[in-house]
Design a binder for this molecule. Structure first.
Ligand code: AMP
Ligand code: MG
Length: 412
């Protein structure tokens, strides 16, 4: 969303990007391999969980009426007529008045019983159990369907499958599940000064950390990465590498998008047939980001400074990946915290400040990680959140309430 002065603001840029990010097709995967994927439709249970009323405790299945008058001084004696272990076919057991059936956690409640007295409140001797307290009806009974009811929605479309969701899918007997395909993300570094891990570090060169932080981020959110290597600051080389990336769903480059003499990504992108949708966003760090599209392929030209690369990934590429994978929740959690130190700022851009939140006097506080240069990658490692300062804000005083975005929340 550009205003008259040709400025693209953060929110407008994000909604434009998300508008271009289309859900990938679906595929069936085994439930066991579905962790980190997103459901492409609602999951409806066709059984109850638990499947049958069962005991929440080791103890005795009883009729609560029989124990009405039980107390420590006047225990009630019941005849132990049977035992039901977890896994036993409980349908063949029946409880009569004045009797108890020894029962284990998870075992089905026999007909005639309405509650379970836990073993700790009993004493068994010679075929009788002495119970030293009363029980309320249904005490320690887990009812069929109390977790999941047959015919009801267990998990909604767009839900991320984590450990609990995987457990639910297995519980209701699913072997396979339909999810969105993982987008393929091509990663390219640009710059004459960039040396890869195995290359000698000649004078004036730096290591290619961006490709690796990006690969790690891409897989964290469930997409697949493919490394295109390093293109030198040469328009043809960058264009050819971008063309190599056209088999992907997303191409990410780092570096080469500023206004320097040797920043060729924009031109190379156009030569590779992309339309540029966004360039320059009113944010810090990350201003020179370039976003382009060619058919369904999204292109993110991220600025090269390692913090700018990571933050622009986090704020723009990550949501696009999640949307493509069908996620219904793509925003990282944002909370309010009290600023523990003053932060200088000029109005105009949205700032993303690396910071650490902590609890003091029962309230959430936040302090910056120190120097905020966009080359200081350690600040990302030290941070557990980003302070987000709105465009219009000027200097922020200590004690002000600010928004913090929790960034070490891996799944979203
Ligand atoms: P650029 O956006 O190309 O002007 O790069 C900005 C800064 O980021 C420069 O200091 C680069 O050396 C640095 N940089 C660019 N690409 C990478 C990379 N792949 N890994 C680490 N730093 C990089
Ligand atoms: Mg460069």
């Amino acid at each position: 969303m550009k205003d008259k002065s040709n400025k693209t603001y953060f929110e407008g840029a994000l909604s434009k990007i998300l508008r271009h990010a289309e859900k990938t097709g679906t595929e069936k995967v085994s439930v066991v391999e579905s962790c980190g994927r997103f459901l492409s439709s609602d999951i409806i249970a066709d059984i109850n969980i638990p499947l049958f009323d069962n005991s929440a405790m080791d103890g005795y299945a009883v009729k609560h009426d029989d124990l009405k008058n039980a107390s420590r001084d006047f225990p009630v004696k019941l005849i132990v007529i049977d035992e039901i272990k977890a896994g036993d076919d409980f349908s063949k057991f029946k409880l009569k008045a004045g009797c108890a059936i020894r029962i284990m956690t998870g075992a089905g409640i026999p007909s005639g019983a309405d509650s379970v007295i836990q073993v700790e409140d009993t004493f068994e001797s010679e075929g009788n159990v002495f119970v030293s307290r009363s029980v309320s009806r249904h005490e320690n009974v887990r009812f069929a369907g109390e977790d999941i009811q047959s015919g009801k929605k267990v998990l909604p479309m767009g839900c991320r499958i984590g450990s609990a969701e995987l457990g639910l899918l297995v519980s209701i007997g699913l072997r396979n599940v339909e999810v969105h395909r993982r987008p393929l993300v091509k990663i390219l570094s640009t710059g004459d000064e960039i040396a890869d891990m195995e290359d000698a570090l000649k004078p004036g060169m730096i290591r290619n950390s961006n490709a690796y932080t990006l690969m790690s981020e891409v897989s964290k959110y469930g997409a697949v990465h493919d490394y295109l290597g390093i293109a030198r600051d040469n328009r043809d080389e960058i264009r050819n590498k971008i063309i190599d990336g056209l088999t992907g769903d997303i191409i990410i480059t780092s570096g080469g998008v500023s206004m320097g003499e040797y920043d060729f990504v924009r031109e190379a992108l156009v030569e590779a047939g992309f339309s540029i949708i966004i360039e320059n966003i009113m944010m810090k760090p990350g201003k020179p980001l370039v976003f382009g599209v060619k058919k369904n392929i999204l292109f993110f030209g991220l600025p090269g400074n390692p913090v700018s690369t990571m933050i622009s990934f986090l704020e723009f590429v990550r949501p696009a990946i999640l949307k493509m994978m069908g996620a219904f929740r793509i925003n990282k959690p944002v909370m309010k915290a009290v600023l523990a130190d003053p932060v200088p700022k000029k109005p105009g851009r949205r700032h993303f400040i690396r910071a650490v939140f902590f609890i003091k006097n029962g309230a959430l506080h936040v302090t910056t990680t120190g120097p905020q240069g966009s080359g200081i990658l350690k600040s990302m490692s030290d941070a557990n959140c980003l302070i987000i300062l709105p465009e219009e804000a000027g200097d922020i005083e200590e004690g002000s309430e600010v928004d913090i975005q929790l960034i070490k929340h891996e799944e979203i």
